[in-house]
Design a binder for this molecule. Structure first.
Ligand SMILES: *Cc1c(COP(=O)(O)O)cnc(C)c1O
Length: 490
């Protein structure tokens, strides 16, 4: 059985090793660290050869079995069956050629049209089944700037032993994102608009997660607290799969031969997607480098190019790729642990907490750069890339656009690049319409119609129908009322 160990070492009050289920239920380890697998399974070429003509689910099942996690096979089957809800059940992640050596792996063909579905859909099944088998009830708290919320609601809807309270900044998401949340109608879901920013929602969530009084009040209602954020290894494990899949797709399309190296080019925020690629590389996927694409919140660009993680005086900038508007990129810690060990990771992370910066030494930086390269795109650059891609027949969203910039500057070797597309155009339509025609739309409906017209694509039915569905979730409150609102829901 695979055990999970801690990135910052053990403090004597946490178990030194936990199972996968335990790491899912209580994702925060000693000293505020994270759980990582004790070892990674070695896959190598044999695994890739074996699955050259497998379906996504068959390959995924074999991969998960190599991790030897404490989850029953029928639960894994049910979790993976959620990929049947994607546009093409046989191939939930299409990989599209856009240039001679640039391929886009589209991670957004799930029910909420963003890449969060790749991990949250199966994760919902796994978490609910663990809760049921332990006969426990969980409250999942989520704070969202727009993509995590809809995906979490969709996956936990009507699932036994789990309730979800989802906080979003009222007025701070796109219309489509808001409608995806407030039209969700199920007795175990509560969506709460906050009069404030995403940081206010996130701040409230962090306070509640750390509040003994809140936990005690929940306990009276026989409920424990959990979070579905991307530090949860239960999400990361499903994010390793599509990197292997995308590589196999390139082999299947005769773009590369088996064993040939590629670049993985990842639009990054909390680094979950990139970490999945890193683990895949460590497990034997032939990868030259993982290219980390950012927006103006470019702390990762600086880390990988200079070795300094510096948040002094930094404030989150609101950009046109809001899912990447993050300064504390949580999953970087797992890479630090893997490369430099627990003592160094603890030192660095504590320094980041207390002094708001850390600096790698030159040998450490060199090591990091064996695996990663990085660049960022401004919003204006992103729009240029969206426009040019459309002129060449490819429609993409502003998050994906950051990868196109990083491809230009970082993919300098003679390798094919797999760039990841993390959202469908429908989720960020005003920015895309503006990039394509210069128009400024206040409402998504106008932008959707314009893009549909300009690009000759139709609006997917699940997006169109959002505008006709009744609003089921009407709560919009001051941030001081969050706790009492959640408790009355429970
Ligand atoms: C969440 C998200 C990202 C960032 O992914 P991380 O795994 O947090 O790095 C990028 N693009 C979109 C559209 C997202 O929803």
């Amino acid at each position: 059985m695979m055990q999970f160990i801690e990135t910052r070492g053990n403090d004597g009050t946490h178990p030194e090793k936990v199972t996968f289920s335990q790491a899912i239920l209580s994702p925060i380890a000693s000293y505020g660290g994270l759980y990582v697998p004790e070892t990674l399974p070695e896959l190598g070429r044999e695994f890739l050869e074996k699955h050259l003509s497998s379906s996504y689910k068959t390959m995924a099942k074999d991969l998960l079995s190599r991790f030897e996690i404490d989850i029953e096979a029928d639960v894994i089957d049910e979790a993976l069956s959620l990929y049947d809800m994607f546009d093409e059940p046989a191939n939930p992640v299409p990989v599209v050629k856009v240039k001679e050596d640039l391929y886009v792996s589209e991670l957004y063909h799930g029910p909420t049209r963003a890449f969060k579905d790749m991990a949250l859909q199966p994760f919902g099944v796994v978490l609910s089944s663990i809760a049921q088998s332990r006969n426990e009830n969980y409250l999942i708290l989520a704070a969202t700037s727009g993509d995590t919320g809809p995906a979490a609601l969709e996956t936990f809807k009507n699932r036994p032993n789990v309730k979800v309270a989802c906080l979003y900044p009222d007025g701070g998401t796109s219309d489509v994102q808001r409608l995806q949340m407030v039209t969700e109608d199920a007795p175990n879901l509560k969506v709460i608009g906050i009069k404030g920013s995403f940081d206010d929602a996130q701040g409230a969530l962090k306070r509640l997660l750390g509040s003994k009084a809140f936990k005690a009040a929940l306990k009276e209602k026989h409920t424990s607290l959990s979070a579905a954020n991307s530090v949860n290894f239960g999400r990361i494990i499903f994010q390793i799969i599509y990197h292997l899949h995308s590589y196999l797709e390139l082999v299947r399309q005769n773009a590369i031969s088996m064993g040939e190296k590629v670049y993985l080019d990842v639009p990054s925020g909390n680094f979950g997607n990139a970490l999945g690629g890193y683990y895949a590389m460590k497990m034997g996927l032939p990868v030259e480098k993982i290219i980390i694409a950012s927006n103006e919140n470019n702390v990762l660009t600086r880390l990988i190019n200079t070795g300094a993680y510096d948040l002094r005086g930094a404030e989150v900038i609101s950009t046109t790729s809001p899912a990447m508007d993050i300064l504390k990129s949580s999953n970087v810690e797992r890479v630090l642990y893997d490369l430099f060990g627990e003592d160094r990771t603890k030192t660095l992370m504590e320094q980041l907490d207390t002094e708001h910066h850390y600096e790698l030494c030159s040998m450490e930086l060199e090591k990091l750069r064996e695996f990663f390269a990085a660049d960022f795109a401004t919003g204006e650059e992103g729009k240029q890339f969206i426009k040019i891609a459309m002129e060449n027949g490819y429609l993409m969203d502003p998050h994906t656009a950051t990868c196109f910039k990083a491809y230009e500057t970082c993919a300098t070797g003679d390798y094919k690049t797999i760039a990841y597309s993390t959202a469908e155009w429908t989720k960020f339509s005003p920015t895309i319409a503006n990039a394509l025609t210069g128009e400024v739309d206040t409402h998504d409906v106008d932008a959707l119609a314009s893009i549909s017209n300009t690009a000759g694509v139709s609006i997917p039915s699940m997006i169109k129908s959002l505008f006709e569905k009744p609003i089921a979730q009407k709560t919009v409150i001051e941030k001081e009322q969050i706790e009492s609102e959640i408790l009355s829901f429970i």
